[in-house]
Every structure is written in structure tokens, then in C-alpha cells.
Design a protein around this ligand. Structure first.
Ligand code: SF4
Length: 91
């Protein structure tokens, strides 16, 4: 089974309108590119027009982006509150 199928079996409870990760307004593009490659959920995307996109909804809460780029990119990084966030399914 490939990794996309595995990831697809996880369930996400998205805290709509209350992102647990927020990027800085002026995120550094070179730092951002690291995250395009490093985020296991592929949530950091560089668009054809060069703009940076991030969607917190599929976050696996692995902390890679925080460890790699921390305050150079991130305005906020917290675990989702309460019952929100990823629910890992095994097997
Ligand atoms: Fe991606 Fe992990 Fe950062 Fe979530 S915590 S955005 S899955 S790198």
C-alpha cells in the first residue's frame, strides 16, 4: 500500500476558521521551498505564479516545519485544540 493510501485512512477534524499553524505575511521563499519538500502531508505548495500556499487542514502534527523553519516562516505553530486535528488509524 502506498503512502497516499495510508495517509488517506487518517481522519481529520478540522477546526474551521481557527488554524493551528499560521504563516508569516512575508515568509521567506527559500525557507518555504524547504517545507514544500519536507512536509509529509504536502501542505506547503508553490504555485505556478510563484505564490506560496499553505493549508493546515491535512496536518499530521509531526512538527517538521516547526523544527526546520520555526520563526523564519511561522507566525504560530500549536497542536490543534481539544478534539481537533488528526486521528491516526493503524493497520
Ligand atoms: Fe506538515 Fe508536519 Fe508541519 Fe503539519 S506539522 S504542516 S504535517 S510538516
Amino acid at each position: 500500500v502506498n503512502v497516499d493510501v495510508k495517509l488517506g485512512s487518517n481522519k481529520f477534524h478540522v477546526d474551521e476558521g481557527n488554524p493551528h499553524i499560521i504563516l508569516k505575511e512575508s515568509a521567506d521563499i527559500d525557507e518555504f521551498k524547504k517545507l514544500v519538500l519536507a512536509c509529509p502531508a504536502g501542505l506547503y505548495k508553490l504555485m505556478d505564479d510563484g505564490s506560496m500556499r499553505f493549508d493546515y487542514a491535512g496536518c499530521l502534527e509531526c512538527g517538521t516545519c516547526r523544527v526546520l523553519c520555526g520563526s523564519t516562516i511561522l507566525e504560530k505553530w500549536e497542536y490543534p485544540r481539544g478534539t481537533f486535528g488528526v486521528e491516526f488509524r493503524y493497520g
